[in-house]
Structures are given as C-alpha cells and as structure tokens.
Design a protein around this ligand. Structure first.
Ligand code: GLU
Length: 445
C-alpha cells in the first residue's frame, strides 16, 4: 500500500505547537515508510481564511523543515465539490433544511431542558415538494444536511485502538451552507478520496468527525482510509493549550530563539514513553518512528522543557546547519568553540564580537603582575589550541599565581567577560595582535 498522508490546516490563524505536532507526526509517518506527505489548505471558510495566514502557515512549515511532496488548496476545487454534492443528492443522502440558527438553538435548549440529547430532530426530512417551494419563497435557498445511517461506525485507530462512534447520537451534519458553500466535513472527504489519502492523522478533537466522515467516504464510493487521532497537548495544570496559542505560536517561538529542530525533537516524543533527547538532524527522528508509541492520555507540553531542549539541540548542530544564520565570516572553528555556551543562536553574535572586536576591556588593576607577564610571554601567532596551556603555565611559573587568580584576570582582559567558552579555543580565534592590544588596555597602556 502506498502511504499518503496530509496536513490540512485552515488558514484562519498561524500554526501553534499543537498543529505542529500533527504536521510532524504526519510527515514522520510518511517519511518512515517511503510515503508521500501532502500540504493542503482547507480554505473553504472564506470569511475566516486569509492569504496572509496561508502564507504564514507555509512559512511556519518551512521553518520546521517539513517539506511537502504535493500541495492542494480547497478553494481551487469548488467545481469538484459541486459534483460530489450532486452525487450525494442523487443517492438520497442530502436533504434541504431551512431552520435558522436561532430556531435550531431554541430546539436544542428545549431538548436539554427535557433531558434529551440535543440532536437535530430531522424535521426537514419530513417536508414535501410543496413545503420546499414555499420555504424557498419565504426563506430563500436551504442549507443541506447529510442523512446519517445512524449506526455504530468502528475503526481500528492507529493511536486509540478500536474506536466506535454511534452516528445515531449525532445531528445530521450540514454539508452545504445556504449560500452554496460546501463545508469542511464534505470537502475534506472528497479531497482524501481524490488524492488517495491512505491515512488521516489528526487531533482527538476530530474523533466524532471521523464517524461522520467514514459514512461520507462510503456514500461517495471512496476507499475508507486508516485513521489516527493523537491526544491533545495540555499545559502543566492539565488545561488545553488553546487559550495560549498566541505565546505558543511557531512565530512566537521563533522570535524567542527556539530552534525548530528542538520543536520537532520535543513534539516527536511528547505523549510517548520515549525519552526527550536533542537531535542534530530532522532525519534522525525518522528512523524507527512508530505512531503506535503515542499514548491515549493527553501529552503535557512545557515551554521551559522546550527552551532547555533548544539549547541542548544547538550544542549538537553542525556548522553546515547554522552557517546561514551566523554572523558574516564566522568559521567552523568559531562555531565549535562557542556552540556549547549558547542558549539561543542569537548569542553567537555576542561571542563573534568578543572574538573579532572591537571589545571594551575593563581596566584590571589588581592583577598587574599576571597581565604584564602574560603580555611579555605571549608566543607569536598563529596560535593553536595548545597555546593557552603552555602560556598560562609559564605565566604561573613566573608570577607564582595559580588557579582563579591567574585565569580570571586573563579571561576578563581577553574577553571582557568572566565566563564563556574555553579560553583554549578562543585564543586562536582572537589572534596575536588583538590579544596584545587587549592585554595592554587591561594594563592601562
Ligand atoms: N482543516 C481541518 C483542521 O484544521 C483539518 C482536519 C483534518 O485533518 O481532517 O482541523
């Protein structure tokens, strides 16, 4: 079987970590099995969809590194949905209804007051041709509902195992609005059939939809794909993340300096029993990926865990992986020297400044002997990584100063900071002339 999955966001907002998890799991599911990953924009809701959000989602996916093999936009396929609508009408599965939102709301309130389930009562199903004519004249065109079979729809879910939705307990869903626009419940199934989607992997909030949509696949004569419903992400208090989507949007994580690979690394493990570990490449997440490892319980997302993983991820990244984002001229040796000290990549620029200068070196007045000896004994460049050790040994021997009293003034004089990457690796990067200049400045010369 050819594996073909899709990530199908509606362009009514930007992606947040919850969406990213669905996208990533689809992508990994496809990549691990030599399958295809489609990016589809569910943009039939023309009131809420915008071109800006669509472009933003594309940018977010690119940032994550989740390349797609094919792309579709639902708004390009309206003629196809119109044909599917005709097929469903011909099969007697669509019926017109004219109730207003207020009338439906009233019905629901009444049902609830009478302790009955708030399910659409199918009043419109009993209307005859004369009623249709009259209602159209009085109220304009109808919306159209899908007549559910009302049965126990079952499937073997990739995450949840055997799953049942009793469609007898559901309202017949509206598939076409009164203005003629088809709704997601229908368009998604038509696309999944046409693009030969083998597996629909999405959030648990779609389980009920799946019951309805399996009936639709069958009504349209399409092959029913496999389904997997991932549990939702929750915060530390167990609440859903929906209220915090702003701060957890991919755009905002990017602004915070979070590495996309850390987002992927965390989201590939959350909700599984597997440990969260930094990875150096996206590809390394593909090997051995198994959607069956995701549990049914909600997965806890902790922004602090993401930030920590992001730093640990940076420490692993190759020069190739970051060179485009480093300051102009930064070398591989520089990257290897500083990466272990970074919390975000932006901090590399600070160390680049330290290495290349100009650097404001504080005057250090309580270590004149050490600094004078250092200036005098600095070997001629170019330096390698052994110089720091031989140089400081000779300074120590000449001055009798050891340990922190020796190393701290040197570090301060040469980097302007009391902490940072190993001096052994910084020294060759700074270079003899600049080292001399800094030592002299620290000596007040
Ligand atoms: N557009 C739907 C959503 O964003 C897609 C759900 C699905 O994967 O079928 O929730």
């Amino acid at each position: 079987m050819t594996i073909h999955v899709r990530f199908a966001p509606s362009p009514t907002g930007r992606l947040h970590v919850g969406n990213a998890r669905i996208a990533l799991v689809n992508w990994l599911f496809a990549r691990a099995q030599g399958g295809q990953f489609m990016f589809r924009l569910d943009d039939t809701d023309t009131e809420r969809s915008t071109a800006e959000f669509a472009a933003g989602i594309e940018e977010d996916l690119r940032w994550l590194g989740l390349a797609w093999d094919s792309f579709a936009r639902e708004s390009d396929r309206m003629a196809r949905y119109a044909r599917a609508v005709e097929d469903l009408k011909a099969a007697g599965r669509l019926y017109p209804a004219w109730e207003t939102a207020e009338e439906l709301d009233l019905k629901r309130k009444l049902q609830i007051a009478q302790h009955r389930p708030p399910v659409y009562d199918r009043a419109a199903l009993n209307l005859g041709a004369a009623d249709h004519e009259r209602l159209t004249a009085e109220r304009g065109p109808p919306h159209w509902r899908f007549k559910l079979d009302g049965r126990r729809v079952t499937w073997s879910d990739l995450v949840k195992g055997e799953t049942v939705v009793d469609t007898a307990s559901l309202s017949d869903p509206v598939l076409i609005r009164a203005d003629g626009r088809p709704l997601y419940t229908l368009t998604s199934v038509v696309d999944d059939i046409d693009f030969a989607i083998s597996h629909v992997i999405r959030g648990e909030d779609h389980v009920t939809n799946t019951g309805v949509q399996i009936e639709l696949f069958e009504a349209l004569g399409g092959a029913v794909p496999g389904f997997g419903h991932l549990s939702l992400l929750v915060d530390a208090s167990g609440a859903g993340l929906s209220k915090r989507t702003g701060s957890l949007s991919l755009g905002s994580l990017r602004e915070q300096g979070i590495e996309p690979l850390a987002v992927n690394g965390l989201l590939a493990r959350l909700g599984t029993a597997d440990p969260v570990e930094p990875v150096a490449t996206l590809e390394s997440l593909i090997d051995g990926f198994d959607i069956g490892r995701f549990g049914k319980a909600p997965a806890r997302f902790d922004p602090a865990e993401l930030a920590a993983l992001s730093a640990r991820t940076l420490h692993l990244l190759s020069f190739e992986a970051v060179r485009d984002r480093l300051p102009e001229g930064a070398s591989e040796a520089f990257w290897h020297a500083v990466r272990g000290n970074l919390a975000t990549l932006a901090e590399a620029a600070v160390w680049w400044q330290v290495v290349t200068g100009p650097l404001a070196v504080p005057a250090i007045d309580d270590a004149a002997a050490v600094l004078a000896a250092a200036a005098q004994m600095l070997p001629p460049g170019p330096h390698d990584e052994t110089v720091w050790s031989t140089w400081t040994k000779s300074i120590g021997a000449a001055t009798g100063v050891k340990g922190k009293a020796l190393f701290l003034p040197l570090r301060l004089a040469l980097t302007g900071q009391d902490h940072g990457p190993e001096m052994r690796v910084l020294l060759p990067l700074i270079g003899e002339n600049e080292l001399r200049r800094r030592l002299n400045t620290a000596l007040g010369k």
